[in-house]
Ligand binder design. Structure first.
Ligand SMILES: [Fe+2]
Ligand SMILES: [Fe+2]
Length: 192
């Protein structure tokens, strides 16, 4: 894992400055949430540092890389290929940087849409990405989401998915099936 951290740090240096700054802010939030929830801080850091390694790659290139790396592509991904930066990043790190930790792999893979199978580390990375303080303008309820995430990763993730999915539907947009599944599984889990 020390090896993966070194490789990630080298990879991050080649990213645009703004993206690097985002990634390190996400790392800080991830470590705050990890401390609160008893999650391994080193793995939280790795997940955060890894999550956006492919965020600066144009959509057309992500589609080509998906084909090369064997990443499945749905109609929704083709319509909005930037969604592939998580799955492509995870697969690239697995093939090139020896990312063998399944939980970190899944956290990177699903950080844009969420997924019903996400474990606590995956939920933490997903939420830390949205809780970057610079995204407060995008998510007006971010302060509330931050408080919720400190209390319960499940409740915070459900809150985020419910709000964002409702907003997309309201605008006549699509909702990714992985997000729908993730939300349904949280509703069922939290019902009792
Ligand atoms: Fe991302
Ligand atoms: Fe991000």
């Amino acid at each position: 894992m020390a090896d993966l951290l070194q490789r990630l740090q080298i990879r991050l240096k080649s990213l645009p400055d703004g993206l690097q700054a985002h990634i390190y802010r996400v790392r800080d939030v991830a470590q705050e949430l990890a401390a609160r929830h008893g999650i391994d801080p080193d793995r939280a850091e790795l997940g955060a540092l890894a999550h956006d390694v492919c965020r600066a790659i144009p959509g057309e290139d992500l589609l080509k890389m998906s084909a090369d790396l064997g990443v499945p592509v749905t109609d929704l991904d083709r319509d909005f290929p930037i969604l592939l930066h998580g799955p492509v990043g995870a697969e690239l790190l697995r093939k090139e940087d020896d990312l063998t930790d399944h939980s970190i792999f899944e956290a990177v893979r699903w950080h844009s849409t969420a997924h019903a199978s996400l474990d606590d580390l995956g939920k933490l990375v997903f939420l830390a990405d949205k809780l970057d303080p610079q995204k407060a303008a995008i998510y007006s309820y971010q302060a509330k989401l931050h408080d919720m995430a400190l209390e319960s990763l499940d409740l915070a993730l459900l809150e985020f998915l419910s709000r964002e999915m409702a907003a997309r539907i309201e605008k006549g947009g699509t909702v990714h099936p992985a997000s729908v599944d993730a939300r349904n599984s949280l509703v069922l889990k939290l019902k009792d």
